[in-house]
Design a protein around this ligand. Structure first.
Ligand SMILES: NC(=O)c1ccc[n+]([C@@H]2O[C@H](COP(=O)([O-])OP(=O)(O)OC[C@H]3O[C@@H](n4cnc5c(N)ncnc54)[C@H](OP(=O)(O)O)[C@@H]3O)[C@@H](O)[C@H]2O)c1
Length: 284
């Protein structure tokens, strides 16, 4: 495993495990398999409604808490100083832990400033080892960096071969904010697992398309959190540290970028609303 060092010197594993769209029973089993495989970063969220299952899996594993990096996210209905603090306390209870490694604001909508004040205080008193944001556009990250006393340490955003967000990632990295990729496999959209260029590279390294994608992110210094509920995939996705992509292969993958998100924003009212609200934040 290799690690990213956050701006406050906390070490974050480069490869973790996501549990979006997994039921509580699937989550508990999958996280158990992931921990047994060697994953040490688990990414959940209040909105996924499976924090208790993650907590059970951690409790029943042989991995000690200090070896783990547990992330959760505050959902927008809990934004505002008091609600955000309460949300984090509830997450601690469900996850059966007395601290969290990383808490993110899930979306850039609503009272993000009040929510951030709450995270800052939880960071100051040691309840949370690092704080960050998710789906925040560079304009709002810039405001957070300039105005807040404690700067976001991570921005978790969609990054995959079809939506590479190259400018956004360079902006984050040049400002000492770790870029973390959600949906590294674009949730399988656009035939990603059968893409001929990715398959060609996978053949050269005698690996799988998924591993090529995860390795490509790793070589761009991007943390990622692939999700699977299947043991064979959980195990195979973890095998990215025994091969290296050449500059030519990295270029081949760069050429797959479409600059278009793989997620139909009309299907996700929360995301569709984001654009309007971003403008609101930028103008206020
Ligand atoms: N911050 C945010 O707004 C946000 C948004 C989305 C996701 N996330 C986080 O990012 C994590 C990852 O994103 P994601 O779950 O949306 O999508 P993803 O990791 O890109 O893709 C997951 C899908 O790929 C399949 N899969 C996994 N490994 C595979 C393999 N080796 N071969 C073939 N299929 C494979 C999984 O199926 P099976 O499970 O059936 O194996 C699942 O359908 C989430 O779980 C969540 O923690 C955050």
């Amino acid at each position: 495993m290799n690690y990213q060092t956050l701006s406050n010197n906390v070490k974050m594993p480069m490869l973790g495990f996501g549990v979006f769209q997994a039921s509580p029973s699937e989550t508990e089993k999958a996280v158990g398999m992931a921990l047994a495989t060697g994953y040490r970063l688990i990414d959940t969220a209040v909105a996924y409604q499976n924090e208790a299952a993650v907590g059970n899996a951690i409790k029943n594993s042989n991995v000690s808490r200090d070896q783990l990096f547990v992330t959760t996210k505050v959902w927008l209905q809990d934004y505002g100083y008091q609600q955000t603090q309460q949300s984090v306390f509830r997450s601690l209870e469900l996850l059966k832990t007395d601290y969290l490694d990383l808490v993110l604001l899930h979306q850039p909508i609503g009272d993000v400033w009040g929510a951030w004040r709450a995270l800052e205080d939880l960071y100051r008193d040691g309840t949370v080892r690092a704080i960050g944001v998710s789906n925040f556009p560079p304009e709002l990250v810039e405001q957070f960096l300039q105005i807040n006393e404690i700067k976001p340490m991570v921005n978790q955003i969609e990054i995959n071969p079809f939506y590479q967000q190259t400018k956004n990632v360079s902006y984050l990295q040049s400002n000492d904010v770790v870029a973390e990729a959600w949906a590294p496999f674009a949730e399988g959209k656009n035939g990603i697992f059968h893409n001929p260029q990715l398959q060609e590279i996978a053949n050269v390294h005698q690996t799988k398309v998924g591993n090529v994608i995860l390795r490509w992110l790793n070589q761009r210094n991007i943390v990622t959190i692939p999700k699977s509920i299947h043991q064979n995939r959980i195990e195979s996705n973890f095998a990215i540290f025994d091969f290296e992509l050449s500059p030519t292969e990295m270029e081949m993958i760069s050429s797959l970028n479409t600059d278009v998100s793989m997620f139909n924003q009309a299907d996700r009212p929360d995301v569709a609303r984001t654009k309007n609200l971003i403008n609101w934040h930028v103008n206020h």
